[in-house]
Write a protein that binds this ligand. Structure first.
Ligand code: GAP
Length: 493
């Protein structure tokens, strides 16, 4: 089967109102995207699925809708002002700027040490030059990814504030409020989803690397003395996936298929809660349609770890046009953030449980909405008889039902409108009257509508309609009085 290209996906997304580059009438604006009518619904369904799975239907995770701009001290305490950086190289001739690790990876070279010294060594040894003009590249320099803005009427140094590059800090600065809300018990989690901003040196690959995007994350606070006591572990221990530890990467071994239980027993994870959150994250990604064959878990090398993390696992997706790439990270942030905020704010950020002072440790699953949706669209994209069919899981499909009069005239239109009115309060439905019936089916397949209801000559005689299935193109005939019940059955409602 022919491999899907990124261009094909980008074209579908634009053609069908899913996602497109912003400000196109001004030539576009790199790294920023707009979501169209279909994309808005898809995004909402994916985020809702996550929120239901990890917040609404759990006993131990509470939601937060925090500010995007917080006190500037938050970012000093978190370490982002000093350490949220990429290594940038600049062409000495044309002054084009690049992210060093990306230039190297584009040459097919795998990096096993992300230090600036090693990045420079690889660039020199492989004679990597400016892709724009062939000029020599500078040594790697630090580049802070945070966007700055000014707050208040005076644009001075003191008025500088930052657009959040992660949602996590909103949960740490509210730790006291939430620990009371959680009735002073551990463990508990805080979840948040929202916009974040990163001034990426080279935004690229459509929505894979944006400058404005959404992150969904949970800060899960545990008692470090009980880090290996996870009462939910049986729910994930049989989840099986390819795991690539840092040792395997250093020895140039292939990833190994293991269950989360086996990997935990072999000491792969920093603790049982960490293993649990990797397992739960995989379960949800699989539930929304990503197959386990296309997912793998890769441990960060020491030189790659974020400044706050003791151990991080990426969940990577095998994009046909990019290879294996990170879509989610699960980090053990230890007590780093709470201690830093306690130091910078002077507040007491700990709990006293049974007379014992505890600074909780934090496991953080964190995924990017754009990247997961890119993976989802990739997995759903299929071609049948030269036509695109987007096989999104029914639960996530932006529209569930299309209603079509076979012919664009009365009394077919009147009957179609009647059926649409009958369905519209129970299903995300639309009525499509324009173009031939074949074109209408094709349009619906491209945005992943699972069912098409057609009003034909027989409908006018015996009040039956056909239901056409997106994935098989098969049709069945049902009485209009049984339509709602039949659709509910297929939707598992
Ligand atoms: N609080 C942890 C954190 O922010 P991260 O690995 O930097 O961790 C989390 O980001 C997730 O956000 C990543 O796994 C990825 O899915 C997504 N992500 C990161 N940078 C991105 C970008 N420039 N564009 C789109 N998504 C991005």
């Amino acid at each position: 089967m022919k491999k899907l290209t990124l261009d094909e996906l980008v074209s579908l997304c634009k053609r069908r109102g899913i996602i497109f580059l912003t400000s196109e009438i001004y030539g576009g604006y790199a790294g920023f995207f707009d979501w169209g009518p279909v994309g808005v619904e898809l995004r909402k369904n994916v985020v809702d699925s996550w929120w239901n799975y990890f917040v609404r239907f759990r006993e131990d995770v509470y939601g937060l809708f925090g500010a995007i701009i917080m006190h500037p001290k938050v970012w000093e305490a978190s370490g982002h002002v000093d350490r949220f950086i990429d290594w940038l190289v600049e062409c000495k001739k044309c002054h084009a700027r690049y992210k060093a690790e990306e230039l190297i990876e584009e040459q097919g070279i795998e990096i096993t040490d992300y230090s600036p010294q090693n990045l420079e060594r690889i660039i020199r040894e492989h004679n990597i030059r400016c892709p724009n003009c062939g000029g020599e590249l500078s040594e790697p320099k630090k580049f802070n990814l945070m966007f700055e803005t000014y707050v208040g009427s005076v644009k001075s140094e003191e008025a500088i504030a930052y657009m959040r590059p992660e949602t996590a800090q909103g949960m740490f600065i509210n730790f006291k409020i939430y620990s009371v809300y959680a009735r002073n018990q551990l463990p508990f989690g805080i979840a948040q989803v929202g916009k974040v901003f990163r001034n990426e040196i080279a935004p690229r690959n459509f929505i894979f690397r944006c400058r404005e995007f959404e992150i969904a994350e949970i800060e899960y606070f545990i008692n470090p003395a009980e880090a290996n006591e996870c009462p939910y572990f049986s729910e994930v221990k049989n989840v099986t996936v390819k795991i690539w530890t840092k040792e395997m990467q250093k020895k140039e071994q292939e990833p190994k298929e293991m269950s989360i239980g086996e990997a935990y027993d072999e000491g792969v994870f920093s603790n049982m809660w960490h293993a649990y959150w990797v397992g739960e994250s995989l379960k949800w990604l699989n539930k929304i349609g990503l197959s386990m064959e296309n997912l793998r878990v890769r441990e960060h090398l020491e030189t790659e770890l974020a400044h706050y993390s003791a151990q991080t696992f990426d969940i990577e997706y095998n994009f046909p046009f990019l290879g294996w790439k990170e879509i989610e990270g699960i980090a053990n942030r230890t007590d780093y953030d709470l201690k830093r905020h306690a130091k910078f704010s002077g507040e007491k950020l700990y709990m006293v449980i049974n007379g014992e002072k505890i600074i909780p440790h934090v496991i953080e699953p964190s995924w990017g909405v754009e990247r997961v949706i890119l993976a989802l669209l990739t997995e759903a994209y299929s071609v049948k008889e030269n036509r695109v069919v987007l096989k999104i899981p029914y639960e996530l499909a932006p529209y569930k039902v299309g209603v079509y009069p076979l012919l664009k005239r009365e009394p077919f239109i009147k009957k179609a409108r009647e059926i649409f009115m009958q369905l519209k309060n129970d299903f995300e439905a639309f009525l499509d009257i324009s173009g031939s019936i074949g074109k209408r089916y094709a349009r619906a397949d491209e945005i992943g509508v699972p069912f098409g209801i057609t009003i034909d000559h027989q409908t006018l005689e015996d009040d039956t309609v056909t239901i056409r299935f997106r994935d098989t193109w098969e049709q069945i005939r049902v009485k209009t009085s049984e339509l709602k019940e039949t659709l509910n059955k297929y939707l598992n409602k």
